[in-house]
Design a protein around this ligand. Structure first.
Ligand code: PRX
Length: 572
């Protein structure tokens, strides 16, 4: 039988021989050289003879299609870089991308890097408050956005003294732009064929991705140009990207998967990728795969569960024979989903595990390696990953015991800081390990099995939501006296947000009130952060020192043991 040849040797073989130098050599990079992600994903690919190869096939919900070669992308990213430079944006300044999945988002990201600024992608469904927190923290200088999102920026611009340039990529001139707002039409600008790329080095800051924690506001995980070494080689080995692949990463570049693998991993490998800027339906997705003959598909468990819900029959309506390799990221991939995908696509979804902070894959299933459905796989060669004791944070010698996932710092894509938050950054390291904050166990064969998060962060449909950010926003609602936010189980999204709310005197716990508060959060923060349920309570469980015990509320939602509540001040 035909045996597929993968980019990676067998896992065991790779463990013995792997070195990051392989990636460096393939990228033509030597320590100390200039290193710029924007250049590597465009100019270098063109220089290798692929100028006319398709880099991006883009489609929107109306079925409008745009296609760009690597040379088109090189020129357009130059044009963006040069525009920013002329505008007065300096290297090292933060430039936010606040757009749907339009081509300007992808090329804007690389253009920003080419002129030495730091790209700060933010999910376009964020409301003004979510945007404000992150732009304020980053001291952002410029923001790319679309007409439809401009009102959210206008709402907060007065509170952001460092935000000097608001660039609207699709202005139609119908309503006048205000001071500080500029119409930037990527394809109508005078093209810049040659641009002197900023001479960034390995440790020059590149990307700032905001991620949520248990306490405090979201933190900006700051990455450097050197991350490309990890992203290039993991995309090549785990996603198995090859020259003739048509690749589809379904993630939005507002989140790390959409940049590490939806931009850098794919294009540094010179691979053609497809982007669909449209909402989800099973029919649309299958049609998209069939139409563009997608061969490599990187998606997420929530999407896979949504496809499973639509059943097997619909799959038969499409020719999906182009698919040859599937991977998943972001949340636990249940064994049923792996088995289902084998049945309907003839291929298992291979789970990968990593984080915003890690910048690239840490633990994965590899092409050719035995899949144990439900397991996240094994550490990427070149990265030491283990589980440490939950209390001492020292590696667990015995297999099969649940501990916290921890990794030895040193892989190229690891984040270098939380922006303006050194104290929190330092807390992530102990005994020489980076603590991932997730619980897992390792079996006798070295496979990792995810158990859950070790903190209060909620993972809804693969997106992390911080309870503190939602609780703070809830307090701004006139009816809310206090609140506690936890994740509750959900068959489709794994978890959804649930809020426990104590109302101020004079407010009634009615359905109307619940809907009103939900809507308040949706607008202020995002649809992801909106509680799917609000339970009105007279008081919240607190420790004697007055700290709200989310743990108690969460345990009730999950039907788990509540554990030690001896410090509880009041009974529920
Ligand atoms: O809790 C883990 C979960 O998602 C977290 C990272 O989220 P974020 O920084 O937003 O990055 C997501 C995409 C890289 C992890 O700490 N997670 C990620 N992958 C998996 C997972 N949980 C279970 N299985 C996975 N494969």
């Amino acid at each position: 039988m035909f045996k597929q040849l993968f980019n990676m040797k067998s896992y065991e073989e790779e463990l013995k021989t792997f070195s990051w130098n392989i990636a460096k050599e393939e990228l033509g990079y030597k320590d100390g050289d200039n290193l710029n992600i924007g250049w590597h994903c465009t100019d270098r690919i063109c220089n290798s003879g692929k100028s006319e190869k398709l880099a991006l096939i883009w489609e929107d919900h109306k079925g409008e299609e745009k296609r760009y070669t690597f040379d088109d992308m090189r020129v357009l990213t130059n044009t963006i870089a040069s525009y920013l430079q002329k505008l007065g944006v300096n290297p090292g300044e933060r430039v936010c991308l606040f757009m749907d999945k339009v081509p300007e988002l992808y090329f804007g990201f690389l253009g920003i890097l080419k002129m030495g600024a730091i790209a700060q992608p933010l999910f376009s469904a964020f409301g003004s408050e979510s945007l404000l927190t992150r732009l304020e923290n980053a001291g952002t200088t410029a923001i790319f956005t679309q007409k439809k999102h401009l009102p959210k920026v206008r709402n907060i611009v007065a509170k952001l003294p460092s935000l000097k340039y608001i660039l609207v990529v699709d202005d139609d001139g119908v309503k006048p732009l205000r001071e500080g707002e500029y119409s930037f039409k990527m394809e109508q600008e005078e093209k810049v064929y040659d641009f002197e790329v900023y001479p960034s080095k390995a440790e020059t800051p590149s990307v700032l991705h905001y991620t949520s924690g248990t306490t405090g506001q979201p933190k900006g995980a700051q990455h450097v140009h050197y991350s490309i070494i990890s992203q290039y080689i993991t995309a090549k080995y785990v996603l198995d990207l090859k020259d003739d692949d048509i690749y589809w990463c379904t993630a939005d570049p507002g989140w790390v998967t959409g940049t590490s693998y939806g931009i850098i991993g794919a294009w540094s490998n010179g691979v053609t990728q497809c982007v669909m800027d449209a909402g989800f339906t099973a029919e649309n997705w299958y049609k998209f795969i069939e139409k563009h003959k997608i061969s490599m598909w990187y998606s997420a468990p929530t999407a896979i569960r949504a496809l499973m819900k639509e059943g097997k029959d619909i799959v038969k309506k499409f020719d999906l024979s182009s698919l040859r390799h599937l991977c998943s990221i972001g949340e636990p991939l249940n064994a049923e989903a792996v088995i289902w995908s084998e049945e309907v696509f003839g291929l298992p979804f291979l789970d990968t595990y990593w984080q915003t902070e890690t910048g690239s894959m840490m633990v994965s299933n590899y092409p050719g390696m035995k899949v144990k459905p439900g397991s996240m796989g094994k550490p990427f060669p070149g990265i030491e990953v283990t589980v440490v004791d939950l209390q001492t944070h020292l590696p667990l010698e015995k297999r099969g015991i649940v501990g916290m996932i921890a990794a030895k710092p040193g892989w190229p894509a690891m984040f270098r800081a939380y922006w303006n938050n050194e104290a929190t950054y330092k807390k992530k390291f102990e005994n020489g390990w980076y603590l991932c904050g997730d619980r897992a166990s390792i079996d006798e064969e070295g496979y990792f099995w995810f158990v859950g998060r070790d903190d209060d962060v909620i993972n809804t449909a693969g997106h992390l939501v911080g309870p503190f950010e939602i609780e703070s926003a809830l307090l701004e609602h006139p009816a809310v006296a206090e609140s506690a936010v936890v994740g509750k189980p959900d068959p489709m999204n794994m978890e959804v947000v649930k809020a426990f709310v104590a109302l101020k005197p004079g407010f009634e716990p009615t359905k109307m009130q619940e809907l009103e508060i939900m809507n308040f959060i949706r607008k202020k923060l995002s649809p992801l952060a909106m509680p799917q349920e609000i339970e009105f309570v007279d008081k919240l469980p607190k420790t004697r020192s007055g700290k709200i015990m989310r743990r108690v509320l969460r345990a009730k939602e999950w039907g788990e043991e509540i554990g030690d509540i001896s410090t509880l001040e009041n009974d529920m």
